[in-house]
Design a binder for this molecule. Structure first.
Ligand code: C2E
Ligand code: CA
Ligand code: CA
Ligand code: CA
Length: 280
């Protein structure tokens, strides 16, 4: 046992200590971030491929730490998932995004759909009093937003817990919110399994969009995904659209909606409202 302990100690390299320390700091500050109002949302437009009008918007989480500055979602969301912090943070995101969409509707802008990202962890329901369906219902009730204006984006990883997830998705659809599978093409979905899912839309992962005009394989995948989705009556959004070339190609493939820096980067609520005002 002593030998083993020694080995374990040696395996814990200085780099790992630094990483663990960094993690601990991040984890502790994340716990305080909600009450300190350090989280915010930015909003990226989603446009109709045919007329390029804004038809929706995706809420993306941002964290500004007083000393560390902006922390990337790529760094803190995995940690929030591991620690379970994503549950209260996710509730905040749902409420804030729903309230924002309702506020834009009340201000008289043409109604658009608000997409919110969900982690697989939010589907695990350890507590019957605090589950995802209830959280979504509460967000809609407290903000007054109609369910049809809320889209829940989730990756294929939610399928790890298949039976529970299907039941939860059904209940969400019953409320009237839309379900969209994010980063599609990167997971393990097969056509037959997709057919059994109660979902409304797919988002083609940006890795396929990036090489659309240069890599025939990726173009073929994008084409196949769109055709398959349409045969299942699902709407398709392409994300990460950065060039006119990609946009033209996607329109030729009959991709329904597009999102990416070509149209707009994620914006603050007031920047986004200026866009809405310009389109009115
Ligand atoms: P995602 O849901 O796939 O979001 C798309 C990401 O691509 C966003 O990064 C967005 O800013 C970025 N993006 C948008 N247009 C372009 C483009 O034209 N080119 C390129 N290269 N990138 C573009 P972001 O905001 O850093 O978010 C990263 C990921 O963090 C998201 O990926 C999502 O998985 C996660 N995330 C963000 N907000 C939330 C949240 O509220 N809850 C959960 N659970 N996850 C979130
Ligand atoms: Ca997303
Ligand atoms: Ca995505
Ligand atoms: Ca992603």
């Amino acid at each position: 046992a002593k030998e083993q302990g020694k080995n374990n100690y040696q395996m814990f390299t200085p780099e790992m200590k630094v990483m663990a320390f960094h993690r601990l700091i991040l984890e502790n500050s994340m716990r305080k971030a909600l009450e300190r109002n350090e989280f915010s949302l930015v909003y990226q437009p989603i446009v109709n491929s045919n007329n390029l009008q804004i038809t929706g918007v995706e809420a993306l989480l941002r964290w500004r730490h007083p000393e560390m500055g902006d922390v990337s979602p790529a760094d803190f969301i995995p940690l929030a998932e591991e620690t379970g912090m994503i549950v209260p943070i996710g509730e905040w995101v749902l409420r804030t995004a729903s309230a924002q969409n309702k506020a834009w509707q009340d201000a008289g802008y043409p109604p658009i759909r608000m997409s919110v990202n969900l982690s697989a962890r939010q589907f695990l329901q350890p507590n019957v009093n605090r589950n995802l369906v209830k959280t979504v219902k509460e967000a809609l009730e407290t903000t007054g937003l109609e369910a049809k204006w809320l889209v829940l984006e989730m990756t294929e990883s939610i399928m790890q817990n298949y039976d529970n997830t299907i039941e939860t998705l059904r209940q969400l659809q019953e409320i009237g919110v839309r379900i969209s599978i994010d980063d599609f093409g990167t997971g393990y979905s097969s056509l037959s399994y997709l057919k059994r899912l109660p979902i409304d839309a797919l988002k083609i992962d940006q890795s396929f969009v990036r090489d659309l005009t240069t890599d025939p394989d990726h173009a073929a995948i994008a084409r196949a995904i769109i055709a398959m989705a349409h045969s299942l009556k699902l709407k398709v959004t392409a994300e990460g659209v950065e060039t006119e070339g990609q946009a033209h190609y996607l329109r030729d493939l009959k991709c329904d909606k597009m999102q990416g820096y070509l149209f707009s980067k994620p914006l603050t609520a007031s920047e986004f409202e200026s866009l809405l005002r310009a389109g009115k």
